[in-house]
Design a protein around this ligand. Structure first.
Ligand SMILES: [Ca+2]
Ligand SMILES: [Ca+2]
Ligand SMILES: [Ca+2]
Length: 327
């Protein structure tokens, strides 16, 4: 009996219209970056950013929320406003090709990369607090601009394991060679569980510099490298063997069918794409969130932890998550 479909990957049907495709190409060319993107990412999927169905929700919208500026138009201080308020989830096709976080990559392309190269998220089937979503930051790889670096920060409403707490931020990162489609384009991964504690475990895999090959999961939607999330604590690992109760402070991981998640682009430290995860459409009552202390959270707030967990803004810029620049 095969496992259920990988909803996170069946959510990106071929839905690109001529208008969005053209806008995308124009934007990419304006950024001088199309050639580096290759064929592996451009035409294949709907990123969920450029909704062309007149606002009718579709599966892409459901899992790939756009991180349109949702700061309500209030001044951002020294941080440039990342563009017009795009509404809670979908930025609309007029945003196609724009680079509102000023990193040289069209934001629509960032959304496609984050969705297309998202590893399988093996969240334990018996996890007691799975509610969450994925904030991400896409940029040119700091060690090689021909590659992409993506840090994913899996935000959960709670950590319900030993010494649990409201809020949970568990990050991992990948290197993408955008000239290769997934899974081969995911050329390196790095995860850190229980970062900064005596239980910390750093796991890495990839195709260069002596890295161990990444572990692959095969489900209905295809084969991809796997990031394991430990039961209830959500510690991230790219090696199943390292996640165990002896080596990793009672963590438990299993190879599970991939979890579908909402994807939200955080933008860049100097040009935010989201400053309120509730008005943006991520942490909402409609999505099942109930912890009031996590509502209206600004992920770029460097001084406020996410509930009883860590500081999200730190995760997004932490060089500890710099992955190897593997092609
Ligand atoms: Ca950008
Ligand atoms: Ca970016
Ligand atoms: Ca945790």
């Amino acid at each position: 009996m095969p496992p259920p479909p990988a909803r996170g990957y069946e959510c990106f049907p071929l839905k690109t219209t001529t208008a969005t495709a053209l806008a995308f190409i124009v934007g990419a060319l304006a950024g001088g970056w199309l050639a580096a993107c290759g064929h592996g990412v451009a035409p294949s999927t709907d990123s969920g950013v450029s909704d062309t169905d007149g606002g009718e929700p579709d599966s892409g919208d459901a899992t790939s929320a756009d991180a349109g500026d949702s700061d309500g138009g209030t001044p951002d201080g020294s941080v440039p406003d990342a563009g017009p308020d795009a509404g809670p989830v979908d930025a609309g096709s007029s945003d196609a090709g724009l680079d509102r976080d000023l990193d040289g990559i069209p934001d629509e392309l960032e959304a496609r990369l984050a969705a297309d190269y998202l590893p399988y998220l093996a969240v334990h089937p018996s996890d007691g607090c799975k509610l969450g979503g994925m904030l991400y930051r896409v940029r040119k790889h700091p060690a090689d601009a021909g590659l992409i670096h993506i840090v994913y920060d899996h935000l959960f409403q709670t950590d319900c394991g030993l010494t649990g707490h409201v809020g949970d931020d568990e990050a991992f990162a990948i290197t993408v060679n955008p000239a290769k489609p997934a899974p081969f384009g995911i050329t390196a991964m790095k995860a850190i569980s229980h970062q900064g504690t005596v239980c910390q475990k750093v796991t890495s895999c990839g195709t260069c510099n002596g890295l161990t090959a990444c572990e692959l999961g095969t489900y209905d939607a295809g084969t991809r490298p796997v990031v394991y999330s430990s039961k209830d604590k959500h510690g991230s690992y790219v090696s199943l063997a390292v996640c165990n109760d002896i080596l990793s402070c009672l963590d438990s991981c299993v190879a599970a069918p991939p979890l579908a998640v909402t994807l939200v682009n955080a933008g860049e430290p100097e040009a935010h794409l989201v400053e309120n995860l509730t008005t943006q459409g991520f942490i909402t009552a409609d999505a099942g969130w109930t912890e009031s202390s996590l509502f209206d959270f600004n992920p770029w707030d460097t001084g406020t932890p996410f509930g009883g967990a860590g500081v999200i803004a730190s995760d997004l810029v932490d060089p500890a998550f710099d992955t190897e620049p593997c092609f």
